[in-house]
Design a protein around this ligand. Structure first.
Ligand code: SAH
Length: 384
C-alpha cells in the first residue's frame, strides 16, 4: 500500500504513526496488546483496515486567528495553539471541505473566531459529522455566545455552497473549558441530527451523543463482539455504556431482551428512538451511571445473562466491576478503547471470570490508539 505524508505531521499530533507502514503499525499494536493482555488470553490477530485513510466520520476544528486571518485546525498536543489543517488523511474529505468553506465565509459575515485568552470573538469550533452510509451531514457551529445575528443568511449561503449539508446546529459554549460542546443548542437548519446505517439498522445521532468515529471498523468490532456473545434468543442482555444503543440494538434480534444504560441523556433519547425507528420491541434504555444501575440491578436480584460493556478511555468503575462480580452473568463482552484500563479491570474481574478470547480491532489507523474486544466467561467454580 502506498504510504502517504502530511505537511502537518508531528506539529498536529493527531496521527502519531503516519510515518510507519500500515503493516508495521498493526504489528506495534499487536505487541502492545500482547504485552498488556496476554497474561489473560492469547490475542487474535489485529483486524486492520483495507484502506486506512479518511475513515473519521466526525471532524472537529478549532477556530482562531493568526496575523489578522481566520485559521482552523487542531490544537497542538497539550497546548492551546492551533495548527492550521485544511486536509487530513484520517478525516472525511467532505467534512474537511465544509470546514474550509466556513472559514472562508467568516470575514464577509463578520464572524470573529473566539480568542480564549482575551475571551472575545464568537466562533470557537466547528464539528462536522457525516453518515457513512446515509451521506447525511451535520454541521455544529460552536459559539461563545448565543445571539447570532447573521445566522439565517450565513446558513443559507453555507448550504448554497455545500448542498450536501443536511442539518446545521448552533451549540453555545461560553465556558472556560477544554470540552468542545456546551449544554445549550438550537437547530438552525434541517432536523438537528443525522441518521446512519450500521449492521443493517438505522441510527439517529444527535450532536452531543457518542457515535463510533470509524464506521467501517465499527461493523467489524460489533460483529466480533456479538459473535463472542453467541446469543441464542433466550438471554437477557445488558448493554452498559450503550451510547445511542448501537451494540444492544444490533444484538436484539438474537436476544430475549436488551437493557441499555448510558449517562448522556441525549444519547439515551436517541437509543429509545433508535429502537422505535427499527421496530425493535425487546429493548429498553435507562439514563444512569452504569455502576449505580448495576448495583441496583444486583440489589433487586435481577441478573442479565450477558453483559456488553464499552466504557470510555478511563475504563469501568469499582462499583460496576464489583456489582458484576456479585451478579455473575454467564458472559461478559468487554469492548475497550484503552488496553491499559482494560488490563486493570480484567485484573479485578479475574476473581470470577476467565478471558476466553481477545481480539484487537484497528479502529484508529495511524494513531497510537487501540481497540480491543474480549470475551469473559464465568470460571467453572465461580457460580456456586
Ligand atoms: N457502546 C457505545 C458507546 C461507547 S462510548 C458505542 O459503541 O457507540 C462510551 C459511552 O459511555 C459514552 O456514550 C459515554 O457517554 C458513556 N458513559 C461515560 N461514563 C458513563 C457512566 N459512568 N455510566 C454510563 N455511561 C457512561
Amino acid at each position: 500500500m502506498e504510504q502517504k505524508t502530511c505537511p502537518a505531521f508531528k506539529k498536529c499530533g493527531s496521527c502519531q504513526m503516519l510515518d510507519l507502514p500500515y503493516k508495521r503499525q498493526l504489528m506495534i499494536k499487536q505487541n502492545r496488546v500482547k504485552r498488556l493482555l496476554s497474561k489473560f488470553a492469547k490475542p487474535e490477530k489485529t483486524v486492520g483496515m483495507k484502506y486506512p485513510y479518511h475513515y473519521r466520520n466526525k471532524v472537529q476544528a478549532a477556530f482562531g486567528s493568526a496575523g489578522g486571518r481566520v485559521i482552523s485546525g487542531v490544537y497542538q498536543s497539550s497546548s492551546h495553539k492551533i495548527v492550521p489543517v485544511d486536509r487530513c488523511l484520517l478525516e472525511d474529505v467532505a467534512a474537511d471541505k465544509i470546514i474550509c468553506e466556513i472559514r472562508k465565509m467568516c470575514p464577509s459575515f463578520k464572524i470573529k473566531p473566539y480568542d480564549e485568552v482575551k475571551e472575545t470573538g464568537f466562533l470557537r469550533h466547528v464539528l462536522v459529522r457525516r453518515g457513512f452510509s446515509s451521506g447525511q451531514i451535520m454541521v455544529v457551529l460552536v459559539t461563545a455566545k448565543e445571539p447570532f445575528k447573521s445566522a439565517e443568511s450565513f446558513v443559507n449561503e453555507l448550504v448554497r455552497r455545500r448542498p450536501d449539508i443536511t442539518t446545521v446546529v448552533q451549540n453555545i459554549n461560553g465556558g472556560f473549558t477544554s470540552l468542545v460542546l456546551g449544554e445549550k443548542q438550537r437547530v438552525l437548519y434541517g432536523k438537528g441530527y443525522i441518521e446512519d446505517e450500521l449492521c443493517g439498522l438505522t441510527f439517529k445521532i444527535s450532536p452531543r451523543s457518542f457515535y463510533q468515529i470509524n464506521p467501517v471498523q465499527t461493523a467489524v468490532l460489533y460483529n466480533k463482539a456479538i459473535g463472542y456473545a453467541n446469543l441464542n434468543g433466550e438471554q437477557t442482555v445488558l448493554d452498559a455504556y450503550c451510547g445511542i444503543g448501537t451494540i444492544g440494538l444490533c444484538a436484539a434480534s438474537h436476544a430475549k431482551e436488551v437493557i441499555g444504560v448510558e449517562l448522556n441523556a441525549d444519547a439515551v433519547n436517541d437509543a429509545k428512538q433508535n429502537a422505535e425507528i427499527n421496530g425493535i420491541k425487546n429493548a429498553r434504555f435507562f439514563c444512569a451511571d452504569a455502576g449505580e444501575f448495576l448495583k441496583e440491578t444486583a440489589a433487586e436480584g435481577n441478573r442479565p445473562d450477558v453483559v456488553f460493556m464499552d466504557p470510555p478511555r478511563a475504563g469501568s468503575s469499582k462499583r460496576f466491576l464489583n456489582s458484576l462480580l456479585e451478579i455473575m452473568p454467564q458472559k461478559v463482552v468487554y469492548i475497550s478503547c484503552n488496553p491499559e484500563t482494560m488490563a486493570r479491570d480484567l485484573e479485578t474481574l479475574k476473581k470470577g471470570y476467565t478471558v476466553k478470547k481477545l481480539c484487537p480491532v484497528d479502529m484508529f489507523p495511524h494513531t497510537e490508539h487501540t481497540e480491543v474486544v474480549a470475551l469473559l466467561e464465568q470460571k467453572e467454580n465461580a457460580a456456586e
